[in-house]
Design a binder for this molecule. Structure first.
Ligand code: AMP
Length: 280
């Protein structure tokens, strides 16, 4: 009999991890941002599973769910090109069987920023991530920093519920003008698309100001809000500077502090974020 004793959850999981599987959860409509996550997983793991599931419970707006782009054949080809070994594309009853009655809520972290603008959104995300991680039991799961609040929520959820494997955050992939890649960008008119580049420009301006020594959030936010105000096609929902772990606003910027933004451009709501000072 094997007499090895482990005392910590992390050691237990390590012992039990049989295959070295990486999981990249997505809602499809794959772009270079998703492909970067897949490539990272391919380089870290023996096998990479990409899930394609448009999760209905995370949409608080039915029109947004209906308008979500769907093209399974294209997604399969792109995922394979990036090196994915397996696609998991369940239908809704497979994930939420008849009589489904359980949901997961991450208190505190989800009642602010996008949680306020999109009631129920993070409950849907937390629930589906729990289901996916328990279904696949990956050694590592990959999430983009693009959805920073989501990444923070997932990290907390993963820790609190002792979900399998490790959560890996990956940098935001951007277009040439800095706009973070998103399936929603395709819904912008040419003028709106041009105006949307204000969002990363404002964040970059704040990063540069912080790098040059400005540490007062009030000052950085003032500069950011003024620049946003100048762009008539962009309506800011929130611009905030927060602690990267609890997402509470900070008055003084320190290493790791994040600027978060949500803004509406025409019919589309875009989110973005940047680290203001490098975390050591
Ligand atoms: P989604 O399909 O929008 O749910 O996104 C699936 C995953 O891809 C999430 O972890 C996102 O954070 C990540 N993602 C989306 N856009 C980007 C991007 N531009 N750069 C990096 N990761 C991204």
């Amino acid at each position: 009999m094997d007499k090895r004793v482990v005392h910590r959850q992390a050691e237990l999981r390590e012992e039990l991890e049989t295959a070295n599987v990486g999981l990249v959860p997505t809602m499809g409509a794959l772009h270079e941002g998703h492909l970067a996550l897949i490539r990272r997983s391919v380089s870290d793991n023996e096998r990479t599973v990409v899930s394609l599931f448009i999760n209905p419970t995370q949409f608080n707006n039915p029109a947004d769910l209906a308008a979500y782009p769907r093209d399974l054949d294209r997604d399969l080809a792109r995922a394979a090109e990036a090196g994915a070994d397996l696609i998991y594309a369940p239908d809704v009853p497979e994930v939420y069987p008849d009589g489904f009655a359980t949901s997961v809520e991450v208190a505190g972290l989800t009642d602010k920023w996008d949680g306020t603008a999109r009631p129920g959104h993070f409950k849907g995300v937390a629930t589906v991530v729990t289901i996916l991680l328990n279904s696949v039991r990956p050694a590592r799961s990959y999430f983009g920093e693009k959805d920073f609040q989501q990444l923070v929520v997932v990290r907390r959820l993963h820790r609190d519920l002792a979900l399998p494997g490790e959560i890996v955050g990956c940098p935001t992939v951007r277009d040439e003008d800095g706009l973070a890649l998103s399936s929603r960008n395709a819904r912008l008119s040419p003028d709106e698309r041009k105006a949307a580049a204000t969002i990363p420009r404002v964040l970059t301006q704040m990063v540069e100001l912080a790098a040059s020594g400005e540490r007062r959030s009030s000052k950085l936010l003032q500069v950011g809000n003024l620049a946003l105000f100048d762009e008539l096609l962009v309506t800011c929902d929130y611009l905030a500077i927060v602690d990267p772990e609890n997402l509470e606003p900070v008055e003084v910027v320190s290493p790791g502090s994040r600027a978060l933004i949500a803004a509406r451009v025409g019919p589309v709501r875009l989110i973005d974020n940047m680290e203001l000072l490098p975390s050591t």
